[in-house]
Design a binder for this molecule. Structure first.
Ligand code: GLN
Length: 250
């Protein structure tokens, strides 16, 4: 099948609440990288009170938010937890950042109380002492070049046997001590990387697009794009923060 006959719908959940550090840029990046290949991609925003029909979606994006906003979103998504779970188990693609990542799990315990999560994954999060803030570089199976980003979270996330998104080369990651960052389960990627993640890491973006198209249309190979600028930016960040480790092959 020709890619110009393919369509892809991205559900952007609660952009007015989960919108830290330009997470919206992830949506723009996915749409653009599809359009540049002739794939008809569109983004649909869902706001509090909207009905979400997961069968219409190919990619679900949850951005980052403060504890207060997470609580509101969790309460809302609980209403469609079963449909969301079915989507995940049916290999629906999800990209969830920071607060959005935390709420995929069983719970997020803060000093103000426990925010019950959606329980789509077995992970859980506990608020720690101080925040883990700064640039971060990862080695991830989803990209040939290191994944780069920025993290800012008070929560420490524990994977309970799930696979991480990457191994930390520089920065804190899930809990500041395990050396791992994010989670991967089926076609769900959860991560603390804001920044936004996808424009900085084009291969991760293409991975999500590819999985979503494969789910709907069967095996596909995406046309290469000219990523010289993205790769140069990535290389600069890698050299600046994790140069020695990468040179040593760690
Ligand atoms: N409220 C969460 C925390 O501090 C998530 C913050 C965020 O999304 N940046 O851990």
């Amino acid at each position: 099948m020709n890619t110009t006959d393919m369509k892809l719908t991205i559900g952007h959940l609660y952009p007015e609440l989960l919108n830290l550090y330009g997470d919206r840029g992830n949506v723009v990046c996915m749409v653009k990288r599809c359009l540049w290949r002739g794939i008809r991609a569109k983004a649909v925003e869902y706001h509090i009170g909207d009905r979400i029909d997961f069968s219409k979606l190919d990619i679900v994006l949850l951005g980052g938010g403060s504890d207060r906003e997470q609580r509101i979103v969790c309460r809302e998504l609980k209403k469609v937890q079963k449909e969301f779970k079915r989507y995940v188990e049916d290999d629906g693609v999800v990209i969830a950042v920071c607060g959005g990542y935390q709420l995929l799990g069983k719970y997020y315990r803060t000093r103000e109380g426990v925010i019950e999560g959606l329980g789509l994954l077995d992970i859980y999060t506990e608020q720690g002492d101080g925040r883990l803030i700064g640039n971060i570089v990862l080695d991830s199976g989803l990209s040939d070049v290191p994944v780069v980003g920025f993290e800012n979270h008070g929560g420490r996330t524990y994977l309970c046997g799930h696979k991480p998104f990457g191994r930390v080369l520089y920065g804190s990651g899930n809990d500041g001590v395990s050396g791992y960052e994010g989670v991967i389960y089926r076609n769900v990627t959860g991560t603390y990387l804001h920044g936004p993640l996808l424009p900085k890491n084009a291969q991760v973006c293409d991975h999500l697009i590819e999985r979503a198209l494969e789910r709907r249309y069967g095996p596909i190979e995406l046309k290469e794009l000219d990523d010289r600028m993205e790769l140069a930016a990535n290389e600069y960040i890698c050299r600046r923060f994790a140069g020695k480790k990468i040179a040593a092959g760690c």
